[in-house]
Design a protein around this ligand. Structure first.
Ligand code: PMP
Length: 411
């Protein structure tokens, strides 16, 4: 069997020191990774793997421009954001120009969880209400509030009564997309659930790619139905772009724009610093001001000059290399290649889901053929393909060849 672990003490030491169940690892025999560049990850035994999983290194692992920007800024200055420095201002200005009109205020945080958590605090104050609606099998974070929204991982018996659920937009048995009217109906069922427990809806939060629900691609009318229904009921709408953002969908920098949505909150994270922890909440000035009138927000590391220059460089590279359009083209190529193998795949741009009867075992097999993927969806039954956006036709070919070998050995 393949083993990539150079130091056999590492795994037991990790289990002992990091708490085995609290620090899960990919693969039955974990990979000991040593370095990565572009779309490739190297392990301690000298093997190289095509990275078809990691969205965080969105412009490629160890991108030289990002590495240089971080190192240079770290050597000049890094400190908290209560001092005036141009990088935070430049980044906030740049992000808000990519948003629909009115989303004019940016708050920096350190993770997607914190961005969603802060949106929740603001939504409650802005609306004076206490309920939230999220999709079934959603994931939104690790804070107390956002863990409870994470219907994919949170124990349903412990779900607080202020968290209501709407049904995610899966295709019907005959392959039909749910409509805008279906979305409205599902949201209304969620209000009823909240109202029974004494809550009115303050916020509806949705991951624009429904990643943890199995990578779903609803129509515009479904997504608009969610937004419009919650607005008409006096609640606010949050587009969680932590997974979907920074061009992954292959049409716009933000996936919610593909649907023509105009959220009250947008949360960004994961790929934002190409691996450097930086995240943001974008909202409307009046919402932020209502919050600031009664509460306070300051986070030590958020918006520091190193994090901000990392994010600015990521935006530069995405723009200079045309990675949004490339994500669209390469994603289409990948889905076409899979379809040729008789394996229909869903998704948009470079977030691709493949439903397989035994997806976790298939992911193990793909690893043996030199490709890293993940699994998601109900029971982990969907292969999750979500690579850096710098893939070209060469990586697609490599992936398809490995996929074919894994499948042929399988059947
Ligand atoms: N929202 C979504 C849709 C996510 O996928 C994640 C992370 N998987 C989060 C929020 C939380 O982000 P973080 O892990 O940076 O706290």
């Amino acid at each position: 069997r393949v083993t990539t672990v150079a130091d056999p003490t590492l795994l037991p030491r990790r289990r002992a020191a990091l708490g085995g169940d609290l620090s899960p690892l990919f693969y039955r025999e974990p990979l000991q990774v040593v370095r990565a560049a572009g779309a490739w990850v190297s392990t301690a035994d000298g093997r190289r793997y095509l990275d078809a999983y990691n969205n965080v290194p969105v412009v490629g692992h160890a991108h030289p421009a990002v590495v240089q920007a971080i190192s240079r800024q770290a050597a000049i200055l890094n400190l908290n954001s209560r001092y005036l420095h141009p990088h935070a201002v430049e980044l906030a200005e740049r992000l808000v120009t990519t948003m629909p009109d009115g989303l004019d205020t940016c708050v920096f945080v350190n993770s997607g969880s914190e961005a969603n958590d802060l949106a929740w605090r603001m939504a409650r104050i802005a609306t004076g209400r206490s309920g939230v609606l999220v999709a079934d099998l959603a994931y939104h974070g690790v804070s107390e509030a956002t863990a409870a929204w994470s219907t994919n991982t949170y124990p349903s018996s412990a779900r607080p009564t202020h968290v209501g659920i709407f049904e995610a937009p899966r295709l019907s048995a005959d392959g039909e997309q749910p409509t805008g009217a279906d979305a409205r109906e599902r949201v209304r069922a969620g209000y009823d659930e909240l109202r029974l427990a004494g809550h009115e809806v303050a916020l509806l939060a949705v991951d624009s790619v429904f990643s943890s629900a199995g990578i779903l691609t609803p129509g515009d009318d479904f997504m608009r139905g969610l937004q419009d229904e919650v607005r008409e009921a006096g609640g606010l709408f949050l587009a969680d772009e932590v997974q979907a953002g920074f061009g992954r969908g292959g049409r716009n920098l933000w996936r919610f724009l593909d649907f023509g949505l105009t959220p009250d909150f947008v949360t960004l994270g994961k790929p934002m610093g190409n691996g450097h922890p930086v995240a943001a909440l974008i909202t409307r000035r009046e919402i932020a001001e209502r919050f600031a009138a009664v509460d306070e927000f300051f986070s030590t590391f958020a918006g520091n000059p190193v994090s901000c220059v990392a994010a600015l460089t990521v935006l530069d590279v995405i723009e200079e290399r045309g990675l949004v359009a490339r994500s669209g083209e390469i994603g289409d190529l990948l889905r076409a290649g899979l379809a040729e193998l008789g394996t229909p795949a869903r998704g948009q741009g470079l977030i691709v889901g493949v439903e397989l009867p035994d997806a976790p075992d298939f992911a193990e097999r793909l690893r043996e053929y030199g490709v890293l993927v993940g699994t998601t969806g109900p029971g982990g039954g969907v292969l999750k393909i979500r690579p850096p956006l710098i893939w070209s036709a060469t990586e697609v070919e490599y992936f398809i060849a490995a996929f074919q070998k894994a499948r042929d050995r399988w059947t």
